[in-house]
Design a protein around this ligand. Structure first.
Ligand code: NCD
Length: 298
């Protein structure tokens, strides 16, 4: 199977992957890892730290090898098309992870590839494996997803992490609150889709308020998707969460972030009981091990 959008997978599939990830986490010990010669290819046409490295680590931990396509030193520099690149690399590997700035590119790759394609992020559209990590992390800390109050905060207009996550939270019955700087609201279509499809509770707040939140999920201003870089800088400067802002928050609030964070979270929050974003990043390995295993066998 391919994994391109969170809309491609139903609740049962998600739960199977999360359960598999739990098993993967248990066997993340070197003596349990056996070597095979399957190959994962990472093709990232946009910068990445966590997605690429955790996919590569997941591959190695699960007995696969990986090959890494680097745009700068590839034949893309000679003018080779995206489709030709995919058609070539699918002959070298068993599963492809693709990140690209253009929305729809992973879907296109899946259409031309004989091998499973996993979307590592296509423009502002979708980032389904990040969402699986997010659900896994919430389930790990809270024991459930249904009925939790989850506040999504940041650039809800451009962030693919948020577009995938809001859909999955709706599917799992969480109550979602959206908080964004003015002009960076989530599109009405996305909100309506989640409400209609899952009868989900989605609320919009214009003032910062996390008094009711079980999970605060923050993302950075997606400066690379702004037409005007100065506007991105202006919004970024206004958008900052300090320990002071968390007065009145629930004692067991967890703060999550897909990372990278730029300047939206005060450094003292990193060392507080609330911050779970580095654990969340680490969960990328077992969850992506599960994704690789799952797409290769379905
Ligand atoms: C995110 C992305 O690339 O969309 N990063 C990630 O994969 N963890 C988040 C971001 O860039 O803001």
């Amino acid at each position: 199977m391919d994994l391109i959008s969170i809309r491609d997978v139903d609740k049962k599939t998600i739960e199977e992957i999360l359960d598999l990830a739990e098993k993967k986490e248990k066997v993340l010990k070197p003596h349990d890892l056996k070597k095979t010669n399957r190959v994962l290819a990472t093709l990232f046409f946009e910068p990445s730290t966590r997605t690429k490295l955790s996919f590569q680590t997941a591959a190695v931990r699960d007995g696969l090898d990986y090959i890494d396509f680097l745009t700068e030193t590839s034949s893309v520099k000679k003018g080779e098309s995206f489709i030709d690149t995919i058609k070539t690399v699918m002959g070298y590997s068993d599963v492809l992870v693709v990140r690209h700035p253009k929305e729809g590119s992973a879907r296109l790759a899946a259409a031309v590839s004989d091998k499973p394609v996993v979307n590592g992020g296509d423009g502002g559209n979708q980032h389904p494996t990040q969402t699986l990590i997010d659900l896994y992390t919430i389930r790990k800390y809270k024991g459930k997803i249904a009925g939790l109050n989850v506040t999504l905060m940041g650039d809800l207009k451009h962030a693919r992490t948020m577009h995938s996550l809001v859909y999955a939270l709706g599917m799992f019955g969480a109550h979602v609150t959206l908080m964004s700087p003015k002009g960076l609201e989530m599109s009405k279509e996305t909100v309506e889709e989640v409400k209609k499809k899952f009868n989900a509770k989605v609320e919009v707040k214009t003032e910062f308020d996390v008094s009711n939140a079980d999970v605060l999920y923050v993302c950075r201003i997606q400066a690379e998707r702004f037409a005007d870089p100065l506007e991105a800088k202006r919004v970024q400067e206004q958008f900052y969460i300090s320990m002071d802002n968390l007065k009145g928050a629930k004692n067991d609030l967890i703060i999550m972030h897909p990372l990278p964070k730029v300047n939206e979270i005060a450094p003292e929050i990193d060392n507080s009981k609330y911050a779970k974003y580095f654990e969340q990043a680490h969960n990328g390995v077992p969850v992506r091990m599960a994704v690789i295993d799952y797409v290769l066998s379905h």
